[in-house]
Design a protein around this ligand. Structure first.
Ligand SMILES: Nc1ncnc2c1ncn2[C@@H]1O[C@H](COP(=O)(O)OP(=O)(O)OP(=O)(O)O)[C@@H](O)[C@H]1O
Ligand SMILES: [Mg+2]
Length: 242
């Protein structure tokens, strides 16, 4: 059984300052609290304000929204990185926050910001990831080979990642996310390093679809990308795109 995704009235209010270079917008400051001596009031940033989603197993779902809308925060909650302030998030039947280890095995994640280890080669990155998820030496070697081939990185497999172009890093990040054969694949801004002429429309939906076609082996994985909870934002392969 392949896992779907569900969120119920998810809220996230950040009470610490946003990280340097984080997007802005889509936030509000709470009512000023009484000032303790020498202390500044903590800003409250409402990143998610009651988001409820239902994404079917195998569905390709694109979440669209302006900068700061909360797309990465939604992905963060669903991938165990961000603790929600309230509400619930599920991968399959597993509550993401309660069953983090189980959930981590079910998901593959490509973060918005590149997080590859620059001191390793492409192959080493894949093998390390496979070992981390408990794949045998034989299995991880085989899967790395297949994924390097699928993502057109075979000729760069034994080169250090620091010399890769942005698009190559992006492809390697997706290959890494697929090493442990996850049931759900999260791609946060997967089209960021794609050549402009291959973007299908302003929403980049065509581009997400291209990534999916590249990533999907048997079409049994769900894909959740940057998206909005707007009605109609979800679509299935073969359905009309807009
Ligand atoms: N770790 C954090 N601490 C404090 N505020 C944060 C943090 N991460 C995100 N925010 C704030 O939460 C809001 C939503 O940010 P988020 O990164 O989820 O948006 P996004 O839709 O992914 O934006 P973008 O399109 O720019 O990637 C923004 O106002 C952002 O500044
Ligand atoms: Mg983001």
């Amino acid at each position: 059984m392949v896992a779907g995704i569900r969120t119920v009235n998810l809220r996230k209010v950040y009470t610490s300052a946003p990280p340097v270079a984080a997007g802005t917008g889509g936030f509000s400051f709470g009512a000023p609290k009484p000032k303790a001596k020498g202390k500044q009031p903590k800003p409250e940033i409402v990143a998610l304000d009651g988001i409820s989603l239902d994404i079917l197993p195998g569905e390709i779902f694109c979440l669209l929204g302006p900068n700061g809308a909360g797309k990465s925060t939604t992905v963060g909650v669903l991938t165990t990185r961000v603790r929600p302030t309230s509400g619930q998030a599920f991968i399959g039947e597993h509550d993401v926050w309660q069953a983090q280890v189980t959930v981590k095995r079910l998901i593959g994640v490509v973060a918005q910001r590149p997080n590859l280890d620059f001191s390793l080669t492409a192959r080493e990155i894949l093998l390390f990831h496979g070992a981390y998820f408990g794949l045998s030496s034989h299995e991880r070697g085989k899967r790395a080979e297949v994924l390097l081939e699928r993502f057109k990185l075979t000729d760069r497999a034994d080169q250090m990642v620091r010399g890769f172009s942005g698009g190559m890093m992006q492809r390697l990040s997706i290959a890494r996310a697929m090493m442990h054969d996850p049931q759900v694949l999260f791609l946060d801004e997967p089209s960021a390093s794609r050549p402009r002429h291959r973007l299908g429309n302003s929403a980049g939906t065509e581009s997400f679809r291209s990534w999916w076609l590249l990533a999907a082996s048997p079409a049994r994985r769900a894909f959740a990308g940057p998206a909005s909870a707007a009605p109609g934002a979800g679509w299935r392969p073969g359905s009309p795109r807009h």
